[in-house]
Design a protein around this ligand. Structure first.
Ligand code: SF4
Length: 829
């Protein structure tokens, strides 16, 4: 029966309970703008969500050439018709009045509107000058986790084989670099072992540093539906905040920040000690057991309890649940990835699964999650610091193979050193060796750590900055050339979610003004630069999304991310398809490693690995000696304390993160009225014990200060672990008088004013989750509550301390039963 639900007040909507091993029932969520009934929708156009990594499939409702709503696609395996709050409401930002509609160029210090030829000629002229005077290493590209596969692949070809630079990375460095690196360290290659379907079969689901309810709300709905059905799974949750998952967990561990390796080593210690390991699997499919067993042999729960500030008994309890699971699904995200031993910790979760033989079977899987919708494509297409097709930059055969696909000489493709990571690119720009930085679909002036430094890097006269985006973001305001881009719904392309499901997103409406798809912009640049292959033909021979996809298929052939069996036609109408999908796997592949760790063979692997402490790259000889047959690698790592510990001056630990209502720097979600109203401004979370010790109350204006800088916001007292502060990272300055920074004389608002320029040595992912901070009162609240939502991990510790977060009539969403798919010709599902 149809119901209407306020999906701001209830982000996860109603329940459709189901039992273990049963299919997840469908539920179709639909939101149409007020005054639009289903009968007035003229077309439904297929797409998927671009606001998180879940890949929720949906249809865009179109009337009179405008987007007027969305509806979940019941035919899709990922969401079976459900949508999260951002899916439901954020599309409204596409028609925001302040979209960029014309290119801008800086003249006499000011950005002025211009035409495409003028803007592109300026970029081409600067590129040519730099190539002639300083060489390809003077040009860098910093892209996103939100463009489409076809766009990343084109960018990778033009940067690596056209310009010949190794300076190409994505903001996925902030997000999924550790996921990719941990998979390479354990399995020799990127590629998610598990699938979302494992939620249907697992009897234990473990969430490590992963606020699933807020980052992938639709998969949390799936867990909630299992919890509401017969035979529910037990949950283990490792998170210092009282997330919705923590509240439902059988065991919730809330460790001190930066202590994940100690905690995980103690869990492995207990699991090995209790004999909960699969000796046959270990013997057949892994190397490194003795070293791992030796490393964790002294890591008792009591030892870890002293480091993590978690009771030893609770660690034992968690180990018992993990060790006795019949089918274990683990998911991992930023609580693990954005810390000083990020890869070392993420790898221990892979170790848990290798030790228990929990891979490749329904319900037994690891999801080293992504944060962004298209992060997987940034990685596989080679736009994030790896070579396309998960090829190994240290393997000459792989480089030669890529050169053959592109018809260039192997030396054209920089592979003398590891590709440059984003943090290093900004260092090179600061030091002056990078003189042109082309930033597409990302906003480093809010999202990178230590913002005062980033603003000064981007403001240098000697650095030519190109920004390609939808809005005049904080970063765009510092650019020399701004290119207006089209977004999803305004262009066609594919993208791949965190469980390897490829979706097609079709164009539904025209982009505003002169805005162009990112693919067209990159193709235009390549044509103006006249990039050629070794026979003098055009380097890039494709001209539209589908021909770009076909070119990518040739590049992916025979690699783990094989797309050769997928086509636009196959993606239209039904469900997304999980890669690898080739001749032998025409329906796609739900789970990797069903018959051993096949991509770890020395000749095939994407990486020979790195030292988990120093990050130094291992070479082919060392790899072959340690893993001659190519098996799963049990990698040991000792615990090291965080780089910045609290002291008298900065007595708190500080972590940053996200809320269910916003994405990234709010460029889209801040322009959707329901989402903006649900979480309109920055806030600071602290525990009741810490608030009371400092005589602070809900709604007081407080300042959070670290050695890098400060921000101010209203206090929310929550059930967060004592000694810890939390600040959401979404809030910047585009909607303040400062524009791109705090206005003179006003306090900072962005979380990254306070974070540190430092990164995990292996994955190079910055440390957004461990800083030492001070908390002080600025002004009493006088009854004004904090703008933090009450529906999430930010819920007030004392019930009723703040008015409940609701969306009212404007947030009512129809939740209905499944309707049969009638195909695109019939106007959609
Ligand atoms: S906001 Fe989340 S998804 Fe986006 S880059 Fe940061 S960590 Fe990744």
């Amino acid at each position: 029966m149809d119901t209407s639900v306020d999906r701001i007040a209830d982000p996860w909507g109603g329940r459709t309970p189901y039992r273990r091993h049963q299919p997840w029932p469908a539920r179709v969520d639909t939101f149409l703008e007020p005054g639009t009934g289903p009968e007035s929708v003229q077309r439904w156009v297929q797409t998927a969500s671009i606001l998180h990594s879940d890949g929720d499939a949906m249809d865009i409702a179109v009337r009179d050439g405008r987007m007027v709503g969305v509806r979940g696609r019941v035919s899709d395996r990922v969401n079976r018709g459900r949508l999260g709050p951002k899916d439901l409401f954020a599309w409204q930002a596409n028609s925001a009045r302040d979209r960029l509609t014309r290119p801008l160029v800086r003249r006499a210090g000011r950005l002025e509107e211009t035409d495409w030829d003028t803007a592109m000629d300026r970029i081409v002229e600067r590129s040519r000058e730099l190539l002639a005077d300083r060489g390809p290493g003077s040009i860098g590209f910093y892209t996103s986790g939100q463009l489409f596969l076809e766009e990343y692949y084109t960018l990778a070809v033009l940067a690596r084989a056209g310009i010949g630079t190794g300076h190409l990375d994505g903001n996925t460095r902030l997000c999924t670099a550790t996921a990719a690196e941990a998979l390479k360290e354990s399995f020799g290659c990127d590629g998610q072992p598990g699938t979302y379907d494992d939620i249907d079969h697992a009897d234990v689901i473990a969430l490590f540093g992963h606020n699933l309810p807020e980052t992938q709300p639709v998969q949390w709905m799936r867990v909630l539906d299992r919890l509401a059905g017969g035979d529910p799974p037990r949950l283990v949750c490792v998170d210092p905040r009282p997330t919705a998952a923590a509240r439902r967990a059988t065991v919730h561990l809330a460790p001190r920040l930066g202590t994940n390796v100690a905690l995980l080593n103690a869990l492995l210690h207990e699991i090995i000690r209790a004999g909960h390991i699969d000796h046959d699997y270990i013997a057949a499919h892994t190397v490194g057991f003795e070293e791992l067993a030796r490393e964790v042999s002294s890591c008792t729960p009591e030892w870890a309890a002293g480091i993590c500030d978690v009771p030893a008994a609770r660690i034992r309890e968690a180990a018992e649940v993990l060790g006795t699971a019949d089918r274990l699904l683990s998911t991992v995200l930023q609580g693990v990835y954005q810390s000083h031993q990020a890869t070392a910790a993420a790898v221990q979760i892979n170790n848990l699964h290798l030790l228990r033989g929990m891979l490749g079977r329904p319900g037994a899987g690891v999801l080293q999650m992504n944060g962004q919708p298209t992060a997987q494509n940034t990685r596989e297409c080679g736009a994030n610091g790896d070579l396309p097709g998960f090829r190994n930059w240290q393997n000459d055969r792989h480089v030669a193979e890529l050169a053959a696909v592109w018809n260039v000489e192997p030396e054209t493709i920089p592979h003398h050193a590891p590709p440059t990571h984003a943090m290093q690119m900004f260092r090179f720009a600061e030091q002056g060796s990078i003189r042109m930085l082309w930033i597409s679909g990302t906003n480093p002036a809010v999202s990178l750590p230590e913002l005062s430094r980033i603003r000064s890097v981007l403001s240098q006269d000697r650095l030519f900055v190109v920004v390609q985006d939808l809005f005049l973001t904080e970063t765009a305001r510092l650019a020399d050339v701004v290119l207006p881009a089209a977004t999803w719904g305004e262009k066609t392309g594919t993208f791949t979610n965190a469980d390897r499901t490829v979706h097609l997103s079709d164009k539904a409406v025209e982009p505003p003004g002169q805005a162009r798809p990112d693919l067209d912009i990159f193709l235009d640049y390549a044509a103006r630069m006249d990039f050629r292959d070794r026979d003098g033909g055009p380097l890039i021979g494709w001209h539209d999304p589908e021909s770009a996809f076909e070119a990518w298929k040739r590049c992916s052939a025979g690699r783990p991310c094989d797309y050769t069996g997928i086509s636009y036609a196959a993606l239209r109408g039904g469900s997304g398809i999980q890669w690898p999908c080739g001749e032998d796997t025409p329906e796609g592949t739900p789970r990797l490693y069903t018959g051993g760790i096949t991509w770890a063979r020395p000749d095939d692997c994407e990486s020979y690995g790195r030292d988990l402490v120093t990050g130094a790259a291992t070479d082919a000889v060392e790899y072959r000696a340690a893993n001659p047959e190519g098996k799963g690698m049990l990698r040991a790592a000792g615990y090291l304390p965080p780089h910045e510990e609290p002291d008298d001056r900065y007595p708190f630990q500080l972590t940053t993160g996200r809320t269910v209502y916003h994405f990234h720097t709010r460029t889209k979600t801040g322009r959707a009225p329901q989402l903006d109203a649900a979480a309109p401004d920055v806030w600071v979370e602290a525990s009741a014990a810490d608030a009371s010790a400092a005589d602070l109350a809900e709604g007081d204006v407080v300042e959070v200060r670290t050695p890098r800088g400060a921000l101010r916001g209203r206090l929310r007292i929550t059930g967060i672990r004592p000694g810890l502060l939390f600040v959401p990272f979404h809030y910047g300055y585009w909607d303040t008088p400062g524009g791109h920074r705090p206005a003179d004389g006003t306090p900072g608002r962005a979380a990254n004013e306070t974070t540190v320029t430092d990164w995990d040595p292996v994955s190079k992912q910055p440390l957004f989750k461990t800083a030492a901070a001070a908390l002080t009162l600025v002004e009493r609240g006088n009854g004004t509550p904090s703008p933090a939502p009450t529906t999430t991990a930010s819920a007030p510790w004392r019930a009723g301390a703040a008015p409940p977060t609701t969306g009212g009539r404007s947030a009512l969403v129809r939740q209905g039963p499944a309707m049969p798919w009638t195909g695109p010709a019939g106007g959609g599902a």
